[in-house]
Design a protein around this ligand. Structure first.
Ligand code: UDP
Length: 237
């Protein structure tokens, strides 16, 4: 049997990753496909935790642009991540994958509050842990939450799922000759302002030597292939 190259992964799913071809909300087939990919990786014996975004429903900056108080708008964004987390939980449990949704903002009726040791215990017991509500603080993003939780959970790597299959030297949607970058340093990402993750998240990963692999979750079986060591996407280290 193929052997996974990671023992524990943190999968960062943006809200957009759940939209499929929709322009808002959650695409049923897309979330099922993501759940299937997570299940495949779990079956290899890998611990999986995931941080889920909310951009498919609401973003704080958008609310602020409409004249809302930024902090309130950010709380709305964090609530959006909870909706996505519950949808992912449902999709996974329909496939008999055990999960726990853990929220950075207490809402005990629908999710466990974040307690680091408890989250670690769930991972040890083989449950997929779905972190929602970001860091629990306004002015942050779920990318930063992903870096933070990856460190706290002792993940080997952050797998950042995007719509594009990695980082390119120029915009692949505009330039036909754009080339995928296989490996890049954190500093280069920051210097060139490449939109891999936001700068707070990249800095945290750099300081704590947490590698990031940017890949497309749309690519067939991509998650499993990466976990088995295939050189897909772009490695930031
Ligand atoms: N958010 C926040 N603090 C956090 C994480 C998220 O305030 O720690 C809010 C913020 O308004 C953000 C929204 O939640 O716009 C959705 O998260 P994000 O934009 O990171 O989602 P993604 O782009 O991954 O879908």
């Amino acid at each position: 049997m193929d052997k996974p190259v990671f023992k524990r992964i943190l999968l960062k799913l943006s809200g957009e990753a759940l939209m499929g071809s929709l322009s808002y909300g959650i695409c049923e087939d897309t979330i099922k496909e993501i759940a299937r990919q997570i299940k495949d990786v779990k079956e290899l014996g890998v611990d999986v935790c995931t941080v889920i975004g909310g951009g498919n429903i609401f973003r704080g900056v958008k609310g602020a642009a409409m004249g809302m108080d930024r902090a309130s708008a950010d709380y709305m964004g964090m609530l959006a991540t909870v909706i996505n987390g519950l949808a992912l939980q449902d999709a996974l449990e329909k496939m008999d994958v055990q999960t726990r949704v853990i929220s950075a903002i207490e809402m005990r009726e629908i999710a466990e509050p974040y307690i680091r040791r408890r989250a670690l215990r769930h991972l040890e017991k083989g449950r997929v842990v779905i972190f929602v509500a970001g860091t629990g603080n306004p002015y942050f993003t779920t990318d930063t939450a992903a870096s933070l939780r990856a460190m706290e959970m002792g993940a080997d790597v952050i797998l950042k799922a995007t719509k594009v299959d990695g980082v390119y030297d120029k915009d692949p949607m505009v330039y036909a000759d754009a080339k995928r970058i296989k490996t890049i340093t954190y500093i280069e990402v920051l210097d060139r302002n490449l939109r891999v993750m936001d700068s707070t998240a990249i800095s945290m990963c750099m300081e704590n030597h947490m590698p990031i692999i940017v890949f497309s979750i749309k690519e067939y079986g991509a998650l499993k292939r990466i976990v088995l060591g295939e050189n897909l996407g772009t490695l930031v280290k």
